[in-house]
Design a protein around this ligand. Structure first.
Ligand code: SAM
Length: 317
């Protein structure tokens, strides 16, 4: 199979597949030489694939640049720079000083929010003022912003400004471990990050790929990354056409998606029709969508989402 032990990405990306990855293990093909993680987002799937070569593609330049920046760092040097920035903006550093040091600033279950509010707001302003967001400095700022952001989220408004409010946590042990593991994984594996729109990919360039995983924005859910980029029926149809072409070339693929949201009476008709037309070629594998937090569980129960992994091969074949 194509997955190692499951590691978390240092980027807590909306719609990431961390919790579903252990289930993907039995569906992903074995012995792959070159894999593509199309719509890589926070690269959760890409970093966990076992393959000679892994290509991770997404059209979000800020996320791809951040992944590229973190990949080329030496952990010890990077962490010193991060600690320096934390110090400069007066942000909490519970790893260095212990959480108890900040106890008097904690109100209710707001964690370190109050302590970090001012410094975070200044950091956000300074990051948004940077003219060139591609530099190492900008990426360092962005990483630290994300760590101190609400839910460790990474999101930009239509003007390209980072727009998440302050969160409850900081550069704690867990975030340090995720960062170190990511850098280690990138050093161990041959993984390349490419910023590209999937529509610009020429199938001819994928000839030597033996497995492609596609995790596009879901047409019938309102994920945040749809806000700016826009995922419409046009993109959905183009992607399915692309997958048909891959199938014709004998390239294995797995597509994540949600077929319907029963409570909201929403159904992905395009996907349904495509599957109906290709009944003999494509297979629907049901995936359990288990979130840890109670509120998410409730949301999922109410929405009755049907999370699936569609493959052009039968599992075990
Ligand atoms: C569901 S998320 C992927 C999450 C990812 N699998 C993970 O585990 O973090 C979908 C991704 O598709 C990207 N995307 C949206 N439209 C795209 C397009 N036209 N071409 C390439 N990537 C696109 C978004 O930037 C987003 O990162």
């Amino acid at each position: 199979m194509g997955l190692a032990q499951v590691c978390k990405s240092p980027i807590n990306y909306t719609g990431n597949k961390y919790r579903m990855l252990p289930q993907f293990i039995k569906y992903f093909p074995e012995d792959t030489n070159k894999c593509v993680d199309l719509f890589t987002g926070g690269a959760t799937v890409a970093i966990n694939l076992i393959s000679e070569e892994i290509i991770a593609i997404d059209n979000n330049p800020k996320v791809i640049n951040l992944l590229k920046f973190l990949k080329k760092q030496e952990y010890k040097i990077l962490i010193d720079k991060i600690d320096e920035l934390i110090e400069k903006y007066g942000l909490s550093n519970s790893y260095k000083y212990g959480y108890s040091y900040y106890k008097k600033y904690v109100e209710g279950n707001n964690g370190l929010k109050k302590y970090n509010e001012e410094g975070y707001s200044k950091l956000k302003k300074d990051y948004n003022k940077l003219e060139n967001k591609k530099t190492d400095e900008a990426n360092l700022y962005l990483y630290v912003l994300m760590v101190y952001a609400f839910n460790n989220d990474i999101r930009f408004n239509s003007k390209g400004e980072f727009n998440i409010p302050v969160g409850k946590t900081d550069m704690n042990k867990n975030n340090r471990e995720k960062l170190k593991k990511y850098i280690d994984m990138c050093n161990e594996k041959k993984i390349e990050f490419i910023c590209k729109d999937f529509k610009e990919i020429d199938i001819k360039d994928l000839k030597d790929v033996d497995f492609l995983y596609a995790d596009p924005p879901y047409l019938i859910t309102d994920a945040v990354y749809n806000e700016n980029a826009g995922w419409t029926e046009r993109e959905e149809t183009e992607l399915l056409n692309m997958l048909d072409k891959l199938n014709n070339e004998g390239i294995k693929f797995a597509l994540s998606n949600v077929l319907q949201k029963k409570k909201l009476n929403k159904k992905n008709e395009i996907l349904y029709n495509w599957l109906e037309t290709n009944k003999d070629k494509y297979f629907i594998n049901e995936i359990e969508y288990h979130y840890r937090s109670a509120s998410y569980n409730k949301k999922n129960r109410d929405g009755l989402e049907e999370e699936v992994l569609i493959t052009n091969y039968k599992v075990g074949e």
